[in-house]
Design a binder for this molecule. Sequence first.
Ligand code: FAD
Length: 542
Amino acid sequence: MIDVFLTMFSHATRNSLLKRLQSEKFDLLVIGGGITGAGIALDAASRGLKTALVEKHDFAFGTSSRSTKLIHGGLRYLKQLEFGLVREVGSERAVVHQLAPHLVIPEKMLLPLYEKRGFGSMLTSFGLKLYDWLAGVKPEDQRKMLTKKQTLKAEPLLQSSDIKGGAIYAEYRTDDARLTIEIIKTGFRNGSLPVNYSAVTSFIYEDGKISGANIFDAETNTTFPVYSKTIVNAAGPWVDELRELDQSKKGKRLHLTKGVHIVIPREKLPVKQAIYFDVGDGRMIFAIPRDRITYVGTTDTNYTGLKDEVYASKTDVEYLLDAVNKTFHGAALTTADIESSWAGLRPLIHEEGKSASELSRKDEIFESDSGLISIAGGKLTGYRKMAERVVDLVIDKNFRKGEFKRCYTNSIPITNPGFSSYEEVKRFTRQLMMQATTETTPYIYYLVHTYGLAADNILVNASSKGLLIAELNHCLDNEMILSASDFFIRRTGTLFFNMQRLTSDIEVVLVAMKERLGWDQTKVDQERNRLKDSTKLSGQFL
Ligand code: FAD
């Protein structure tokens, strides 16, 4: 009989996971709990490899909580003639939507066309048709070209003087950190052993071949070895640090570029729908409405600073504000209008003489003489195919042919239980709306699109405990949160999307976590300060 307690993914079972990490020998140890590592661990575990994953901060701490949060084909990569990349990630959109329909939601994107900037109507029409064709988009969702009048009707906030028309095309939006945690949890259900706040500090070798890693666990303040037949380095922007640790950083290297997003209250930038607009300097920027805010990004600049502390600079913010103020009439936004922001690093592969935005977004795999396999580059959207390639290579190089199954992650839903279609998500939302109270009604959409079918259980518990505590308890019991920042930043996105809620809820959450996790007052104060620092840094530009 399965021990239900040990199938819980929570602080209460973490010590048993740590014990297993130390006492068992693995087929594969994955370093990094971003989307790339999460995808690899799920792929490997579901094929039957005994798999562990270690993440030095929280899951999705790195780039995977700081993207534009789109599951997109990368329209602009057509300009770089990256047809293979567009075909792969474009086709993956529909697959990932099918695997998590409440989390990967169809979003029509408006592309305004201008007299004096960007591409002409003919080229755009052809480009979008090619984009749809490469990705196999269904006929009813294929791009539609718009007249000037139709474009301005679709988005009345656009400055009309320079507009000559537009296009509407299909994309999907998501929450990157939630997608990552759901894939981590699905990996866990399929047998992988993922642990957060555990960092690889050095490697262990046997006859010159990598055979394990020393791990420092920040929660228990202990260091211990983990043994594994193979190791994959999926540390995103930190990939080269681990290659250095393995003394195998030769040839190609990473080139980090920073991308910033700013968050504006919806009433100050009330766009009707998602827009992808030309800034006039060769860059394209998204403005995406989401609940009570609109977020705008991104920039693309070379980065050589600290990788664990990436924030928006004044220059980044002014660039985005200037782009918004030029594009939307009536918008005279200043830094005082920004509610929050985030900044992430793209772990791209360096190419001599190329600027930040010219660098390819393709993923690349490096193999060292010691057997360390590193993967970098790529997109959130393409995580599943990247994982398939890496696990194929791991099996090919280290195991007997036919010992493990072939990749079948295209049929493993990324939630448990999952929805079979987006229509079912909508039906479920309507059903919960009908049962909702005055307190819960404003949160139904958020709960369904954050927790899927588990929203129902959270609402049942909310009737006795209140919604906030019911939600927190759900994350404590099922999503391995160990700090208030895990809850407010990466499980709920509150720091980015609902600063007011964060301010009003912070003390209640700290008290509840103190009780559940046995914190002393010093720990509570540390947690409060950590969160306040994040709040300041996401709203105060350095
Ligand atoms: P990360 O998410 O950074 O994960 C690596 C992890 O490794 C980190 O959590 C880190 O803490 C951990 N780690 C590091 N060192 C160690 C160690 N020693 N031990 C243990 N763990 C360690 N893609 C899309 O498809 N759609 C988009 O809309 C999109 N927008 C983007 C916008 C921006 C601004 C940026 C920067 C990227 C965007 N991308 C987008 C790309 C996408 O976000 C990234 O390709 C993806 O998130 C990278 O994931 P990763 O797992 O490789 O890296």
